[in-house]
Design a protein around this ligand. Structure first.
Ligand code: 13P
Length: 250
């Protein structure tokens, strides 16, 4: 983990871009427009198929000094009988340092249970990968605080306080994610209320916000004192916009 007072800007590319050439273009653009001195702590999380290419580009360019590599998921275990999965050992060997755990795409679209999320989290820690753990309610109703507490309890069950401290926790309300129909970003004031629910349950973890972060609102979220960074989806593959967001965090 980058230990600095810089804010994190983490790009979750999800299932984009469609070609390795486009992935390379995003990184080229970053190397031309962002420098180590002005940058936030930047992490990019490409789809598995591009991890090796992105790792090579990072390792052979100046990007290496200020961008780190993340994956979007991890296998439950290191056993070979997991068709379609990628193990923590394989990720670590590629130079991956971070892994997104429990993204709502996986929790809700792929029915990933709390137990599975919890096991993946433990696997990431075992491989010394920094987990970026997504937490967030589907609906902002009068039960949402209770929902967050329960999700936190299940997700982090059995972790020591030292392990919990190693996790980045991304508050990502599902209704705010740009691909959710009718999505709108949370308001910074409401985000602070949600963070106040998470904070006592993870007193030393860094907290991030994610959900429709874009060039127009990134600085509003980055200005929240309790927030150590942002997890950006759609805007992280729009290279000009991603650079603008990074500059707001620098
Ligand atoms: P958007 O920024 O596209 O809303 O995605 C947020 C997200 O899911 C990041 O993990």
């Amino acid at each position: 983990m980058i230990m600095s007072n810089k804010k994190y800007v983490i790009g979750n590319w999800k299932a984009l871009p469609n070609t390795p050439a486009e992935a390379e273009q995003i990184l080229d653009f970053l190397s031309g427009h962002v420098t180590g001195e002005t940058a936030a702590s930047i992490v990019v999380c490409p789809p598995f198929v591009y991890l090796e290419d992105v790792a090579k580009i990072l390792n052979t360019t100046s990007l290496n000094s200020f961008i780190e590599l993340g994956a979007q998921d991890i296998a439950l275990s290191d056993e070979p009988s997991q068709t379609g999965e990628v193990t923590g050992e394989q990720l670590a060997r590629l130079g991956v340092r971070y892994v997104i755990i429990g993204h709502s795409d996986r929790r809700w679209k792929l029915a990933e249970s709390e137990e599975i999320v919890n096991q993946k989290l433990k696997r990431a820690l075992q491989h010394e990968l920094t987990p970026i753990v997504c937490i967030g309610e589907r609906v902002r109703d009068d039960q949402f605080e209770q929902f967050l507490k329960q999700q936190m309890a299940g997700t982090f069950a059995g972790l020591s306080s030292e392990e919990l401290r190693m996790c980045l926790i991304a508050y990502e309300p599902v209704w705010a994610i740009s691909t959710t129909p009718g999505a709108r970003p949370d308001s910074p004031d409401e985000t602070r209320k949600a963070l106040a629910v998470l904070r006592p349950l993870a007193p030393e973890s860094l907290l991030l916000y994610g959900g429709s972060v874009n060039r127009s609102n990134a600085d509003d979220f980055l200005a929240i004192p309790e927030i150590s960074g942002i997890l950006v989806g759609g805007a992280s593959v729009r290279k000009e916009e991603f650079v603008e967001i990074i500059k707001q965090a620098a």
